[in-house]
Design a binder for this molecule. Structure first.
Ligand SMILES: *[C@@H]1O[C@H](CO)[C@@H](O)[C@H](O)[C@H]1NC(C)=O
Ligand SMILES: *[C@@H]1O[C@H](CO)[C@@H](O)[C@H](O)[C@H]1NC(C)=O
Ligand SMILES: *[C@@H]1O[C@H](CO)[C@@H](O)[C@H](O)[C@H]1NC(C)=O
Ligand SMILES: *[C@@H]1O[C@H](CO)[C@@H](O)[C@H](O)[C@H]1NC(C)=O
Ligand SMILES: *[C@@H]1O[C@H](CO)[C@@H](O)[C@H](O)[C@H]1NC(C)=O
Ligand SMILES: *[C@@H]1O[C@H](CO)[C@@H](O)[C@H](O)[C@H]1NC(C)=O
Ligand SMILES: *[C@@H]1O[C@H](CO)[C@@H](O)[C@H](O)[C@H]1NC(C)=O
Ligand SMILES: *[C@@H]1O[C@H](CO)[C@@H](O)[C@H](O)[C@H]1NC(C)=O
Ligand SMILES: *[C@@H]1O[C@H](CO)[C@@H](O)[C@H](O)[C@H]1NC(C)=O
Ligand SMILES: *[C@@H]1O[C@H](CO)[C@@H](O)[C@H](O)[C@H]1NC(C)=O
Length: 729
C-alpha cells in the first residue's frame, strides 16, 4: 500500500523553507542564461557576395615567423584523407565511409547525409530507481496530483515571489521523480508549455525524455531541491526565478595533504625550444549542405531546410559556400584545409615534427539535441581524431568538451546510485580506446581515462606532465551539477587533479593543466564553487609546478591570469600562472577560423613564443570556381604585439608576469585592448570594436579573472565578440 502525501501541506512547508532561504539571498547578480542548448546569435552585418576580400594591408612586418607566412589550400579536399567514401552529389561535401576501430562498425551514410538528418535519438535513457513500486495507474495519479499542485503553486497567491514558487514547485515535483520517474519528462514538457517558460518547441527540446528530460528527472530525484540545489536549479531555469546563489564556504586547507613549500623552485630552462600546437573547437559538421541557407534565422545554419524567414519562401539569402560560413560549423573542406595548413605555417613536417599538440575539446557540431545521438558523437570522435592522426605530426593530447557527449554537456558523477553513475561510460571507453589506437597514450593511461571521465595524467616524451580534466563538472549546462551544489567536487575530478599535482610536486615535475570550459574571463560559463576551488589549486601548485593552463570553449582568442591569495592583490609579483584560451577552427559565430602554436622550453615548459594563424571566412563565397581553397595566414606573434609595450625582455618567457605587464600597458594605452579585441575574433569583419574606456576596462578585468567570482565582479557585456557588446549598467 502506498500512502500519498498531502501535497498542500508539503508545498506550504516547502514554501516556508523557501521563504526562509530567500532571506539569505545574496544581492542579485545579473546574467542571463537559457537552458536551451543552442540559440543562434543573429547579428550579422551584410556580406557582399562575390566581392573581393578587403583584408587590411597595414599589418606590421613580422620578424622570425616560424614557417610560410600564408598557405593556400588546394581546391576541394585531399581524397587521401580517408580510405573510402560514399558517393555524394557533385559540389557537396565528402562523406567518408568511416570505420570505427573501437566499435568495429562503419558509420552508415544516413547518419551524416545532409538530406536525411534523423530527429529521433534511439539511445537508452536512464531514470532514478523509484522508491516505491507503483502500478502504472498509480503513477499516473501521482503525476496528475503533482501537476495540479504545481499549477496551484504557480498560479495561486498562497506562495509569493518567483523564487519561492519555483522552489515549492520543485519540492512537489521531486515526489513525482521518486515515484513515477519515467512519466516526469512528459509532465515537464507540459508544464513548461502551459506556464509559458518557453515556446512549445523549446520546451520539447529542453525536457523531452530523449533530450534532457530524463536527466532533469535524475536532478529532481537526487538534488536537495528545497535547499541550495533548488536555488541553482531555479536560477538556471530562469534568472527571473531565483537570483544566483552566493559562494559556499570552502575550507582550503583540508584539500591539500601538504602546505605549499616555502622554498619551492622550478627546474631551470634548457634553452631548447620545441613547437607545440594548440587546436580547439573543431566542431566538424558532416551534415553541412553546400548551397543551403548560410544565414538562417535560428539554430545551426548551412543545414538543409533551416531557412531565413525574412526572405521569400524558396529563396536562399546567403548560399552556404564550400568552405564554411560565419553562422555555420566546420565542413570537411574547411577542416582539412586548416589541417593541411598546420605543417607549412608552423614550419613542421614528418622530418621535423611538432613536439606534441594539445586539443582543448569540442568535436561535434551544434545541432539541436533532437538531432544528436551517441553514434553521431562517436562519429565525430572517430573522424576528427583520425584526421589529426593523418595531418598532425607528433602525438596529440585531447580533452573532452561539452559537445563531446550525449546529451550535450551531460556527464554523470560516479556517486549517482546504481547504473546512473556509469551512464556516460560508453563515451570514456570510446575516446580512451581511440586515443590509444592513434598511439597517443598507452594502455595504463587509457584505463585511467576510462575511470576519470575521459581525463588523464601523463608524462610526455619531453618530461612535461600533462594533466587534463573533464570541465563538464563545472559547466552550467551539465544539469547533473545541480546535485549537491555546496560540494565543489561531487565527481572527484579535483581530488584527482590535486593528487596528480601533488605527485608532480614530489617528483619535481612541471605540469600543463588543461580542460575545455574556461574557469573565468567574464565568469559566464562555469559554476562558482568549483572554480573557487580550482583557483586555490592553482595557487597551491603555481608557479613551481603548474607552468601553464589551457582551455577552449569560447571559440575566441583570450587569456586569463591567475594570482596568489585568491586574486586579492593583482600585480606582477602575485601573478602565478596564465590560462591560454585557444582560438577555434569553427567560424561559429561570426568568427574567423584559426589555430595557435607555442614555442616551449624543454626544461621549464614555459612558453617563449605564441603564433596565431587565421583564415578570413568572409572571402569564402569568392572561392566558387577557383582552382584553390581557403588561405590560412599569419595573424600575429604575441611577443611582437605586446612585448615592447610591456617592456618585456626578449629572452624572458611569456608567463603570467608578462601577461600582467601587458594588462598594465593596456591600462596606459587602450589601443592595445582594441588590438587584443581584434585578435579575439581572429580578425573577423563581424567583431564589434572595443574602442571606448568602458570596453577596455572590462577586458582588462576579464584578463585578470581566473574564476567565476572574479569574472562576475567585472563590468559585464563585453565578454564575447560574436555579437555587438551589450554593456550591463
Ligand atoms: C542575415 O539575415 C539578417 C536577417 O534577415 C540580415 O539582417 C543580414 O543582413 C543577413 N546577412 C547576410 C550575410 O546575408
Ligand atoms: C541507416 O542505415 C543503417 C545501415 O544501412 C540502417 O541499419 C538504419 O536503419 C538506417 N537508419 C535510418 C534512420 O534510416
Ligand atoms: C517572475 O517570472 C515571470 C515569468 O514567469 C516574469 O515575467 C517576471 O518578471 C518575474 N518576476 C520577477 C520579479 O523577476
Ligand atoms: C579546515 O580544515 C582543516 C583540516 O581538515 C581543519 O584543521 C580546520 O579546523 C578546518 N577549518 C575550519 C574553519 O573548519
Ligand atoms: C627547502 O626547505 C626545507 C625545509 O623547510 C629543506 O629541507 C630543503 O632542503 C629546502 N630545499 C631547497 C631546495 O632549498
Ligand atoms: C549528495 O550528498 C549526499 C549526502 O552527502 C550523498 O549521500 C549523495 O551520494 C550525494 N550525491 C551525489 C550524486 O554525489
Ligand atoms: C616570468 O618570467 C620573469 C622573467 O624571467 C620572471 O622574473 C618571473 O618571475 C616569471 N614569473 C613567474 C610567475 O614565474
Ligand atoms: C561557377 O561556374 C558555374 C559553371 O560554369 C557557373 O554556372 C556559376 O555561375 C559560376 N559561379 C560563380 C559564382 O562564378
Ligand atoms: C570597427 O572598426 C573598423 C576600423 O575602424 C571598421 O572598418 C569596422 O567597420 C568597425 N566594425 C564595427 C562592427 O563597427
Ligand atoms: C575567493 O574570492 C572570492 C571573491 O572574489 C570569494 O567569493 C571566495 O569565497 C574566495 N575564496 C576563498 C577560498 O577564500
Amino acid at each position: 500500500m502506498v500512502r500519498f502525501c498531502d501535497w498542500t501541506a508539503v508545498a506550504s512547508f516547502m514554501a516556508q523553507l523557501a521563504l526562509a532561504q530567500a532571506h539569505y539571498n545574496p544581492p542579485y547578480h545579473s546574467y542571463s542564461y537559457s537552458c536551451s542548448s543552442f540559440s543562434s546569435l543573429s547579428s550579422l552585418t551584410s556580406h557582399s557576395i562575390g566581392s573581393v576580400s578587403t583584408s587590411s594591408s597595414t599589418s606590421p612586418t613580422w620578424t622570425g615567423i616560424p614557417g610560410a607566412s600564408s598557405f593556400q589550400a588546394p581546391a576541394g579536399f585531399p581524397t587521401s584523407a580517408f580510405s573510402s567514401y560514399y558517393p555524394v552529389p557533385s559540389g557537396q561535401e565528402p562523406q567518408p565511409a568511416l570505420y570505427d576501430p573501437v566499435l568495429g562498425i562503419t558509420y552508415p551514410l544516413n547518419l551524416t547525409n545532409p538530406d536525411t538528418i534523423p530527429d529521433e535519438d534511439e539511445d537508452p535513457v536512464y531514470y532514478p530507481k523509484p522508491i516505491a513500486k507503483l502500478s502504472s495507474d498509480e503513477q499516473k495519479v501521482v503525476i496528475s496530483n503533482v501537476m495540479s499542485e504545481v499549477s496551484e503553486i504557480i498560479t495561486g497567491n498562497y506562495i509569493v515571489g518567483n523564487c519561492s514558487k519555483c522552489i515549492a514547485a520543485l519540492s512537489v515535483a521531486k515526489s513525482a521523480a521518486q515515484l513515477a520517474p519515467s512519466l516526469v519528462p512528459d509532465a515537464m514538457v507540459q508544464a513548461c508549455t502551459k506556464f509559458g517558460l518557453h515556446s512549445a518547441n523549446t520546451c520539447k527540446e529542453d525536457f523531452d525524455a530523449k533530450t534532457f528530460g530524463a536527466i532533469w528527472t535524475q536532478v529532481l530525484a537526487f538534488a536537495d531541491v528545497s535547499g541550495l540545489d533548488g536555488q541553482y536549479i531555479c536560477n538556471s531555469l530562469s534568472s527571473t526565478f531565483c537570483p544566483a546563489p552566493a559562494m559556499s564556504p570552502l575550507n582550503v586547507t583540508e584539500w591539500f595533504s601538504k602546505p605549499k613549500p616555502a622554498n619551492a623552485t622550478k627546474p631551470a630552462a634548457s634553452g631548447k625550444h620545441v613547437k607545440v600546437l594548440h587546436l580547439s573547437d573543431f566542431h566538424l559538421d558532416p551534415r553541412y549542405k553546400v548551397g543551403s541557407e548560410g544565414n538562417c534565422s535560428s539554430g545551426l545554419c548551412c543545414r538543409n531546410g533551416n531557412l531565413n524567414v525574412n526572405v521569400p519562401k524558396g529563396d536562399i539569402s546567403y548560399p552556404a559556400p564550400m568552405y564554411g560560413a560565419y553562422e555555420c560549423d566546420t565542413p570537411y573542406d574547411l577542416g582539412l584545409a586548416a589541417l593541411q595548413a598546420v605543417g607549412p605555417l608552423t614550419g613542421t613536417s614528418e622530418k621535423n615534427p611538432l613536439a606534441w599538440s594539445i586539443y582543448t575539446g569540442d568535436l561535434v557540431s551544434h545541432d539541436p539535441q533532437t538531432e544528436l545521438s551517441r553514434l553521431y558523437t562517436e562519429y565525430a570522435e572517430d573522424s576528427v581524431y583520425g584526421m589529426f592522426k593523418t595531418y598532425l605530426t607528433g602525438p596529440v593530447f585531447p580533452v573532452l568538451g561539452n559537445h563531446d557527449s550525449n546529451p550535450e554537456a551531460i556527464d554523470a558523477p560516479h556517486s549517482l546510485p546504481g547504473p546512473l553513475g556509469q551512464q556516460m561510460s560508453w563515451n570514456y571507453d570510446h575516446v580512451s580506446r581511440l586515443w590509444k589506437h592513434e598511439g597517443w597514450i598507452d594502455e595504463g593511461t587509457a584505463e585511467q581515462a576510462r575511470l576519470h571521465y575521459g581525463a588523464y595524467s601523463v608524462k610526455n616524451h619531453y618530461g612535461l606532465r600533462m594533466i587534463t580534466f573533464n570541465s563538464d563538472f563545472w559547466y552550467h549546462s551539465n544539469f547533473l551539477n545541480f546535485i549537491n551544489t555546496s560540494n565543489p567536487d561531487v565527481s572527484g575530478t579535483w581530488k584527482f587533479v590535486i593528487e596528480e599535482l601533488q605527485a608532480a610536486e614530489d617528483a619535481g615535475e612541471r605540469v600543463w593543466l588543461f580542460g575545455h570550459v574556461l574557469s573565468g574571463w567574464d565568469g559566464s560559463n562555469p559554476l562558482k564553487n568549483p572554480t573557487n576551488l580550482f583557483y586555490q589549486i592553482i595557487d597551491r601548485y603555481s608557479p613551481h609546478v603548474i607552468a601553464n593552463v589551457f582551455f577552449g570553449h569560447t571559440h575566441e582568442d583570450q587569456v586569463m591570469i591567475y594570482y596568489a591569495n585568491n586574486g586579492t592583490v593583482q600585480n606582477r609579483d602575485t601573478a602565478l600562472t596564465s590560462g591560454w584560451i585557444g582560438p577555434s577552427v569553427t567560424p561559429l559565430t561570426n568568427l574567423n577560423s584559426g589555430f595557435r602554436m607555442y614555442e616551449v622550453d624543454t626544461g621549464t615548459f614555459d612558453i617563449y613564443e605564441a603564433y596565431t594563424w587565421y583564415s578570413d571566412v568572409n572571402t569564402y563565397p569568392n572561392l566558387v570556381n577557383t582552382t584553390h581553397g581557403p588561405t590560412f595566414k599569419f595573424e600575429y606573434s604575441t611577443r611582437e604585439v605586446y612585448g615592447q609595450a610591456a617592456q618585456w625582455p626578449a629572452d624572458a618567457p611569456l608567463n603570467s608576469t608578462f601577461w600582467h605587464a601587458v594588462t598594465e600597458a593596456m591600462e596606459a594605452d587602450h589601443r592595445l585592448v582594441s588590438q587584443f579585441n581584434t585578435y579575439e575574433g581572429k580578425s573577423s569583419i563581424h567583431s564589434p570594436n572595443c574602442t571606448n574606456a568602458a570596453c577596455a576596462e572590462a577586458k582588462i578585468c576579464y584578463m585578470r579573472s581566473g574564476s567565476v567570482a572574479l569574472g562576475q565582479a567585472c563590468p559585464q557585456g563585453y565578454g564575447s565578440v560574436q555579437s555587438p557588446f551589450k554593456p550591463v549598467k
